[in-house]
Write a protein that binds this ligand. Structure first.
Ligand code: ADP
Length: 640
C-alpha cells in the first residue's frame, strides 16, 4: 500500500510558527544586541561631560545611566552614584533626560510570551506527535478517514488468486467453497433461514497456504478483500487498536459483500489472562473485536477469515458460535498434495522433458507449500547458475537437498580418516534401515559436506505418506538412528562426536513413545506429556510426578540402549557388507539407493523380499503425527 502524504496545510502552519518564534526572539534579543554596542565610561567622565555641556540625551535606568554625546551617535553607560544634584546639573547643561519608566517589554510582546507562545509550542508538539502516530497507524488517513488502519483493499481482478492456484488442501477448499457460493448467492441461504458463519478460522502450520486460501475465496467470489495482520492492531496506547478494529468493520460494512482477512490472529486473540496487570491494549482490542463480531448481523455479506498457527492459545470467547464458529484445518500437504503444489509452481519455470514430480514430492516429505515453492525456485536458480535454460530433474533433486541440508560445501576438506568414519557412519544408518524389513528404502547416501554442518547423510524416502507407525516401526527407526554410531563402534572400536544429531532424534522419538504413545511397559495408556503448539515445533510439557519422571528417564534409556545393541548386532552380522558398501561410498562420495541395494543383495534375492516390504507399509487406519521427516533421519552433525 502506498503511503499517502499528509496534506500541505499543516506544513505551512509550521512555517508560520517558526516565523513567529523568530520574530519574537528578535524582539526579545534586541536590547541585548543594543547593549553590546554601548561603551562604558566612569562616572567622573560623565560628570565632566555634563559640565562641558556635551551631553545630548540621558536615560537613567535602574542600574545604569545611558547617555549620548552631542554630535555623535555613540552611546555610553556608567553606573549609578548617589548624586542628589544630578538632575539639576543635567537640567542646567541643557541635556534631555528622563528616568526610564520601566515596562520591561512591550505589552503585546509580553502577552505573546506569557500566553500565546506556550500554547503554540504545545500545539505544535501535539501536532507533531499526532502526525507521527497517524503515519504509524497506516498513513493513509485520506483513504480510510481517521484512525487510518492498514487493511489493504485488493481490487478483485481476473489475475487474482483462485482455488485452482492453491494445490492440495481439497478439504479446506471444499469447506470454503460454501462461503464463495454464499457470497454469490446470499438469497439462497437467507430464504431458508440459514445464516453463514461470521468467522472462519484457518489453522495450520506456517506456509501451508492459509493466506492464499483466503485470497482465493475473495478471488472466486469476486468481492473486495481486506487483509490486516493481527499485530497491526497492537498499538502502544490503550484504545488505538480498538479504534482500528471499529474502523475496519465500518469500512467492511460499507464495502459488503467482502472478505476481511486477519492474519496471525493470535497476536490479538490470545486468551485473556485474568491477571491484574494484564495487557490492557491487547485485551481492549480483543474485546472490541468480539463486540464487533457480535454486532453485525449474520448475512450482511461480511465474512471474516482469520489465520493462526497457535489455535490453542486463542481466547475461548473468540471461538464460540457466532464469532469464529468454523475452523478449517490447513495441514501440511500429503504426498499427492506435494506433487500438486510442485506442479502448480513448476508452471512458472521452464522445465526439461521427463521431470518426475512424484519422486521430488517423495523426497520432500514433511515440506510445506511454501517450502515446495522454494524448492522449485532453487532448482531454477541452479539451472541459471549452470548456464542452462531448462530446469532438470537433478536441479530439483539437488534443491530438495539444499532445502534439507544446505548447499554443498565445496572447500571442506576432510582428512582421510574422517572421510572413512563418515562413510562407515552413513552406511551404518542405511544398512540397518535396509536390514530391518519395515524401514523405508534408502534413496541416497552422500558424504559430501553441507553448509548445515552435516558431513554426510542418508536420505530415506517412504513410498507413501505414513500416518501411523507401529511400535516395531518406531523401534526400528530408533535402531536406524543409533546405527551410525554403532557402525563406528563395530568398525573402529571408538566413538566420535558425529552422532550428536542422531542421539537427539533417537531420544526424542523414544521419549514420545514412552510418554505420549502409550508404548511403555508400565504406564499403560496414561499421557505423561502434553504437546503445546502443535503447529510450531510441538514442544512438550511434563505432566507427572518427579518419581515418574525418573522412571520415564530410565525407560527412555533402556529403549534406546536396546535398539543400539540391536543395531550393533545387525552390523556385526553383516560386517562384510558394511565394509564393502563403505568402501564404495568412500570411493564415489554419493551413491543412490539402487546402487546400495545392488551391493547389499544380489538381484534374485531382492525380488523375493521386495514385495513383502511393500505390503508391510500399508497398515494405515487412523492418523497420528507422522514420524519425523526424512531430513531429520540421518545426518552427521559436526557442530556437536
Ligand atoms: P500461510 O499463510 O499458511 O503461512 P501462505 O498462504 O502465505 O502461507 O503461503 C506462502 C506461499 O507458499 C504462497 O505464496 C505459495 O507460493 C506457497 N504455497 C503454500 N501453500 C500452497 C498451496 N497449497 N498451493 C500452492 N502454493 C502454496
Amino acid at each position: 500500500m502506498k503511503e499517502v502524504k499528509e496534506p500541505r496545510k499543516p506544513l505551512a502552519f509550521y512555517y508560520i510558527i517558526v516565523l513567529v518564534v523568530i520574530l519574537l526572539f528578535n524582539e526579545m534579543a534586541r536590547p541585548y544586541f543594543d547593549e553590546a554596542k554601548i561603551q562604558q565610561v566612569d562616572y567622573g567622565t560623565f560628570m565632566t561631560l555634563i559640565d562641558e555641556q556635551k551631553i545630548a540625551k540621558v536615560d537613567i535606568q535602574e542600574h545604569q545611566i545611558v547617555f549620548t554625546q552631542k554630535d555623535s551617535n555613540q552611546r555610553y553607560k556608567t553606573g549609578i552614584m548617589d548624586d542628589p544634584g544630578l538632575a539639576e546639573r543635567l537640567h542646567n547643561s541643557g541635556a534631555e533626560f528622563s528616568q526610564d519608566i520601566k515596562e520591561d517589554t512591550n505589552p503585546i510582546v509580553g502577552f505573546f510570551m506569557a500566553w500565546i507562545l506556550p500554547l503554540l509550542i504545545f500545539f505544535a508538539i501535539g501536532q507533531y506527535f499526532s502526525k507521527k502516530f497517524m503515519e504509524r497507524a497506516g498513513g493513509n488517513s485520506m483513504m480510510f478517514g481517521m484512525g487510518g488502519n492498514q487493511a489493504k483493499v485488493y481490487v478483485p481482478s481476473s489475475e487474482g488468486i483462485h482455488f485452482k492456484d492453491v494445490a492440495g488442501e481439497d478439504e479446506a477448499k471444499e469447506n470454503l467453497s460454501e462461503i464463495v457460493d454464499y457470497l454469490h448467492n446470499p438469497q439462497k441461504y437467507s430464504a431458508i433461514g440459514a445464516a453463514m458463519p461470521k468467522g472462519v478460522l484457518l489453522v495450520g502450520p506456517p506456509g501451508t497456504g492459509k493466506t492464499m486460501l483466503a485470497k482465493a475465496v475473495a478471488g472466486e467470489a469476486d468481492v473486495p478483500f481486506f487483509s490486516i495482520a493481527g499485530s497491526e492492531f497492537v498499538e502502544m496506547f490503550v484504545g488505538m487498536g480498538a479504534s482500528k478494529v471499529r474502523d475496519l468493520f465500518k469500512q467492511a460494512k460499507e464495502k459488503a459483500p467482502c472478505i476481511v482477512f486477519i492474519d496471525e490472529i493470535d497476536a490479538i486473540g490470545q486468551k485473556r489472562s485474568g491477571a491484574v496487570m494484564g495487557n490492557d491494549e491487547r485485551e481492549q482490542t480483543l474485546n472490541q473485536l468480539l463486540t464487533e463480531m457480535d454486532g453485525f448481523e449474520g448475512n450482511n455479506g461480511v465474512i471474516i477469515l482469520a489465520a493462526t498457527n497457535r489455535p490453542d492459545s486463542l481466547d475461548p470467547a473468540l471461538l464460540r458460535p457466532g464469532r469464529f464458529d468454523r475452523r478449517v484445518p490447513v495441514e501440511l500437504p500429503d504426498l499427492e498434495g506435494r506433487e500438486a503444489i510442485l506442479r502448480v509452481h513448476a508452471k512458472k519455470v521452464k522445465l526439461a522433458e521427463g521431470v518426475n514430480f512424484h519422486t521430488i514430492a517423495r523426497m520432500a516429505a514433511g515440506a510445506s507449500g511454501a517450502e515446495l515453492a522454494n524448492i522449485i525456485n532453487e532448482g531454477a536458480l541452479r539451472a541459471v547458475r549452470d548456464g542452462r535454460s531448462l530446469v532438470t530433474q537433478s536441479d530439483l533433486e539437488e534443491s530438495v537437498e539444499v532445502v534439507i541440508a544446505g548447499y554443498q560445501k565445496k572447500n571442506a576438506i576432510l582428512s582421510d580418516k574422517e572421510k572413512h568414519t563418515v562413510a562407515y557412519h552413513e552406511i551404518g544408518h542405511a544398512l540397518v534401515a535396509a536390514l530391518q524389513s519395515n524401514s523405508a528404502p534408502v534413496q541416497k547416501i552422500t558424504i559430501i559436506p553441507r553448509t548445515s554442518g552435516a558431513l554426510g547423510y542418508t536420505m530415506q524416502v517412504e513410498e507413501k505418506d505414513k500416518y501411523i507407525l507401529t511400535k516395531e516401526e518406531l523401534e526400528n527407526k530408533i535402531a536406524t538412528f543409533t546405527a551410525g554410531r554403532a557402525a563406528e563402534e563395530v568398525k573402529f572400536g571408538q566413538v566420535s562426536t558425529g552422532a550428536a544429531n542422531d542421539i537427539e532424534q533417537a531420544t526424542k522419538l523414544a521419549r514420545a513413545m514412552i510418554t505420549r504413545y502409550g508404548m511403555s511397559p508400565d504406564f499403560d495408556m496414561v499421557a505423561m506429556e502434553t504437546v503445546n503448539n502443535r503447529y510450531l515445533g510441538g514442544d512438550t510439557t511434563l505432566a507427572c510426578s518427579a518419581a515418574t519422571q525418573q522412571q520415564i528417564d530410565k525407560q527412555v534409556v533402556d529403549l534406546v540402549h536396546a535398539q543400539h545393541e540391536k543395531a550393533k548386532k545387525l552390523l556385526e552380522e553383516h560386517i562384510d557388507k558394511l565394509d564393502e558398501l563403505a568402501a564404495f561410498l568412500y570411493e564415489k562420495e554419493t551413491i543412490t539407493g539402487e546402487e546400495f541395494m545392488h551391493i547389499l543383495k544380489p538381484e534374485d534375492e531382492q525380488k523375493a523380499e521386495g514385495e513383502a516390504v511393500a505390503a508391510d507399509t500399508q497398515t494405515e487406519t487412523a492418523k497420528t503425527e507422522p514420524a519425523s521427516a526424512p531430513e531429520d533421519t540421518n545426518t552427521i552433525d559436526t557442530k556437536a
